[in-house]
Design a protein around this ligand. Structure first.
Ligand SMILES: [Zn+2]
Length: 170
């Protein structure tokens, strides 16, 4: 099956009402559907990385790290792309509360560089599918005239504060 068809199938299964789209609303919808808390975290990413999704191997949590020194519309796109990897069930890195605490104490760093290797040799396929699904979601938002919602999200500061609170680090 080609990437477009796989993405269309995932979009259909999502059963989301795009008339009420907001990035926060979509994230809660996916969260409920998967029974996993989804936490999006603005992050200082390595030079060539825009975002990364990592899954908790101990608690029902999914983490989406994204570059925040880009315009908000791009930040939202990065989050949609990473959510698409999650929706498509692509292989991803496992982390947990202990690892995150170590990262915050600067005793460890997040394993962004391991992600392409982990998805290899399907890396290109995974990227094409995730991008196809993120694009379909954006098209659906635009069709439903919620274009302005692609330009809105909580501020990085608010999200980082929420994340630290969730992780018991603040
Ligand atoms: Zn990707």
């Amino acid at each position: 099956m080609n990437a477009k068809l796989i993405a269309e199938k995932a979009l259909k299964e999502l059963q989301y009402d795009f008339r009420a789209f907001s990035i926060r609303g979509l994230i809660s919808h996916i969260s409920e559907m998967k029974g996993r808390e989804i936490i999006t975290i603005p992050w200082v990413m390595p030079a060539t990385v825009f975002g990364a999704w990592m899954s908790d191997d101990e608690e029902p949590k999914e983490y989406i790290f994204y570059r925040d020194n880009v315009p908000v519309i791009h930040q939202v796109h990065i989050q949609l792309h990473e959510l698409s990897h999650l929706l498509l069930g692509h292989p991803t890195l496992r982390i947990n509360r202990k690892k995150i605490a170590e990262v915050f104490e600067e005793r460890d760093s997040l394993p962004f560089a391991d992600l392409p290797r982990l998805r290899s040799p399907q890396q290109t396929e995974c990227e094409t599918q995730a991008e196809a699904l993120a694009t379909l979601i954006q098209e659906r938002v635009i069709q439903n005239s919620n274009m302005d919602q692609l330009l809105h999200d909580l501020s990085s500061e608010e999200k980082l504060a929420n994340f630290l609170k969730t992780m018991g680090l603040s």
